[in-house]
Ligand binder design. Structure first.
Ligand SMILES: Nc1nc2c(ncn2[C@@H]2O[C@H](COP(=O)(O)OP(=O)(O)O)[C@@H](O)[C@H]2O)c(=O)[nH]1
Ligand SMILES: [Mg+2]
Length: 459
């Protein structure tokens, strides 16, 4: 499966975005890939909220229609005072914007191609537009599409409201180099709350391509002081990581090890028989899986396999789980993936392992954050996504941490480091709660033992 990409040039996208207030466009449908059929259009675009159509012709026009209402195939006329038609050409600096005729419908919600009266796209599944100015909208045909009605492409985007910036951040973070140094020091000098354990161990779990390997590479880079790429990160649709890897990090080249081991796994897939298996996750949690174990989607690790550690110690166990989710995909997480997360969370809770959620790629999700990472806790969109994620996975909002990994940068950046280091500090705090829970369990065990002993003495 290849990634479907937008045909809009940077210039065209800029002009299209200028018609809206702080929005992000998400490509839902592309006729050259999904076919010029109303059926394909409706499969991908029905019930998606506000959408905009971008039709392309050989004369060089990008033109289309925006509606804030859903397509539902109700066969009714839909009124929408926010709807408009538009046209973009290289010759015009500003897009042409055409509001509907007062009192007229915005579009007819049928089961054919999108029908905005004056512009009816893909009528009878043809790569064409029927143009009847005066029907619900008024315009000049040369201005709208240069009278060229044959389409070279037709795309539909969901229009996501970014909501601008909050005056007050929803979480406080000090963006100073002193705070960065403080966090580095605190992490480097961390000591697990258990004499027998020298390093906390955290497991990265999440779908393919969400940035698990990049998170380790980013943290490693911060402590090494230069960009590192030890874990293979990639853009493939299938998991680039197929081995269980446990990674230690050092302060500077040849320096002291950081008291945290990050464990990287194969990606999760929604299908029951794809990606990382829940039984394998539990084996990892309990410390049975050795470094470099090659995951198999055919069967989980068994006790007689060489990679199976029979007598794991507390050091070998997982002390904190880090779920990794791509911010832009939160609302697109399929039900089978959410079900898998629920099953994993249940097991993780049963074993008393604390969990945090990393919301990665915040730079790709919100242009305001791409402009300045310090906007991350001011961005209404990121806040909304964090709440959505917290609800979808059933974790408290306080455990959801937005981050940006290093992806193609050459140099380290203090702001990027700040978010990554703060998330790491959380992981260590949570690992401590795991050790405290263990103490509690030990006490309970001892209590139980004492009770049993008493019972025996009485007898
Ligand atoms: N812009 C951006 N790209 C990222 C970020 N994290 C990861 N990537 C990119 O996403 C792709 C997949 O990352 P990878 O770490 O291999 O994902 P994994 O499958 O979860 O291990 C790579 O091309 C990374 O460079 C991020 O925070 N921002
Ligand atoms: Mg990976």
């Amino acid at each position: 499966m290849s990634v479907v990409t937008s045909r809009l040039s940077v210039e065209q996208q800029k002009k299209l975005l200028s018609l809206f207030n702080h929005v992000r466009l998400h490509l839902l449908y592309k006729a050259s890939v999904h076919d010029y059929t109303a059926e394909e259009f409706h499969t991908r675009c029905d019930k998606q909220g506000p959408t905009v159509i971008a039709a392309y012709n050989e004369a060089g026009f990008v033109f289309g229609a925006y509606t804030s209402k859903d397509y539902t195939q109700s066969d009714e006329d839909v009124h929408d005072n926010k709807a408009f038609l538009y046209s973009i050409t290289a010759q015009r600096n500003k897009p042409l914007r055409v509001a509907g005729i007062n009192g007229q419908r915005a579009f007819h919600d049928g089961d054919g191609g999108p029908d905005f009266g004056a512009l009816h796209f893909m009528k009878e599944d043809k790569p064409e537009v029927e143009s009847i100015p005066g029907k619900d909208y008024n315009f000049d045909v040369t201005e709208m599409h240069g009278s060229d009605l044959k389409l070279t492409e037709l795309e539909v985007y969901r229009v996501e409201d970014l909501g601008g910036l909050l005056a007050k951040p929803w979480r406080n973070i000090k963006w100073t180099s002193e705070r960065r140094a403080e966090l580095m020091k605190s992490i480097q000098s961390y000591k697990p709350d258990k004499r027998t354990v020298h390093q906390a161990r955290a497991l990265l779990v999440g779908p393919i391509g969400t940035g698990k390997s990049s998170f380790f590479n980013s943290i490693n880079s911060i402590f090494r002081g230069n960009m590192m790429a030890q874990a293979i990160a990639g853009t493939m649709m299938k998991s680039v990581t197929t081995q269980f890897r446990t990674y230690s990090m050092k302060s500077g080249k040849g320096g002291k090890a950081i008291p945290l081991i990050l464990c990287d796994t194969m990606g999760l897939e929604g299908e029951a028989d794809g990606g990382l298996d829940i039984e394998d996750i539990v084996s990892i949690y309990k410390g049975h899986v050795r470094d470099r174990y090659q995951f198999s989607t055919a069967a989980p690790l068994t006790e007689d396999a060489p990679a199976y550690r029979k007598d794991p110690t507390l050091s070998d166990k997982i002390h904190c789980v880090i779920y990794v989710i791509d911010t832009s995909n939160i609302s697109l997480l399929p039900q089978n993936m959410l079900d898998k997360f629920a099953a994993i969370r249940k097991k993780t809770n049963q074993l008393g392992i604390p969990q945090i959620v990393l919301m990665t790629k915040v730079d790709e999700a919100c242009p305001l954050v791409a402009q300045d990472l310090k906007n991350v806790y001011h961005s209404v969109y990121i806040q909304k996504k964090a709440q959505e994620l917290s609800e979808a996975l059933g974790v408290p909002l306080s455990c959801v941490l937005p981050v940006k990994n290093y992806s193609n940068e050459v140099d380290l950046d203090d702001d990027v480091d700040m978010l990554l280091l703060s998330s790491l500090q959380h992981v260590l705090n949570f690992a401590d709660s795991f050790f405290e829970n263990q103490d509690q369990d030990d006490n309970d065990q001892q209590e139980l033992y004492r009770c049993n002993e008493n019972v025996q003495t009485v007898r």
